[in-house]
Design a protein around this ligand. Sequence first.
Ligand SMILES: Nc1ncnc2c1ncn2[C@@H]1O[C@H](COP(=O)(O)OP(=O)(O)O)[C@@H](O)[C@H]1O
Ligand SMILES: [Mg+2]
Length: 271
Amino acid sequence: MTRKAHVIVVGNEKGGTGKSTVAMHLVVSLLSLGASVGSIDLDARQATLTRYMENRRRHAGRGSPLALPDHAAVPPTENAAADEARFLDVLEWQRSRHDVVVIDTPGSNHPLSRLGHSFADTLVTPLNDSFIDLDVLATVDPDSMKISRPSHYSEMVWETKKLRALRGERTVVEWVVLRNRLSTLDARNKREMERLLGDLSKRIGFRLVGGLCERVIYRELFLEGLTLLDLGEGSGVEMSLSHVAARQELRRLVDNLGLAAIMKGEQAAQG
Ligand SMILES: Nc1ncnc2c1ncn2[C@@H]1O[C@H](COP(=O)(O)OP(=O)(O)O)[C@@H](O)[C@H]1O
Ligand SMILES: [Mg+2]
């Protein structure tokens, strides 16, 4: 039986929300669960995930046993049709060989990003805990502090579901929104965000999962190509209490996304 990997797309039409950081952590979490993982970077301008992978390969080359996915970058060119064909080739290749494929997307409404979104079995949207970020998902009426209507990204997600239906594929896409860079201060803003996201999740059909706190470590890991899962003995970075807490957050996120169950399902289907 040919494999058909579970596809996780990490997307949000806004830059700097933590897409690439989350994508990298999901890839390494899946590898640590024993999955065979492919990853695709559709954000050619920043190429954060690709550079993160290069840094990881370099680190591994110095003798650290670091697991790596089968990574491919698909940078857009002047020729949109050729880009689309190249992406579909890479995706087909990876889907037929791995358990899971993780796709990182740019913070803009690019045709290649929309196409990538249309292949999501699970869509993960990291969102910074601010009203500016929420605006990408929904317009909030500042007087009543209620959701007035879904915004462009929510509509784009809806459109990509239709694209999928047109291809005759299963349209059950699990959309998960995760709050990133949560501050331990600012309790009022946090509560308001929680209430609005709770309302919105019912309205536009996503699931809200526990997020990741704001921690300096995420910025430091990039250059070494490491994730929270690689810290400790032999990594060159000692574990602190904050790192232990961060790792617990990540584990909770992986549990909430049901990655272990997804993998079991994929492997059973292929067996
Ligand atoms: N939980 C976090 N705590 C602190 N910094 C973070 C966190 N998540 C992401 N960052 C930092 O925020 C910046 C943007 O993250 P990135 O993953 O590149 O976002 P995107 O891919 O959405 O543009 C990076 O400098 C990254 O290290
Ligand atoms: Mg990015």
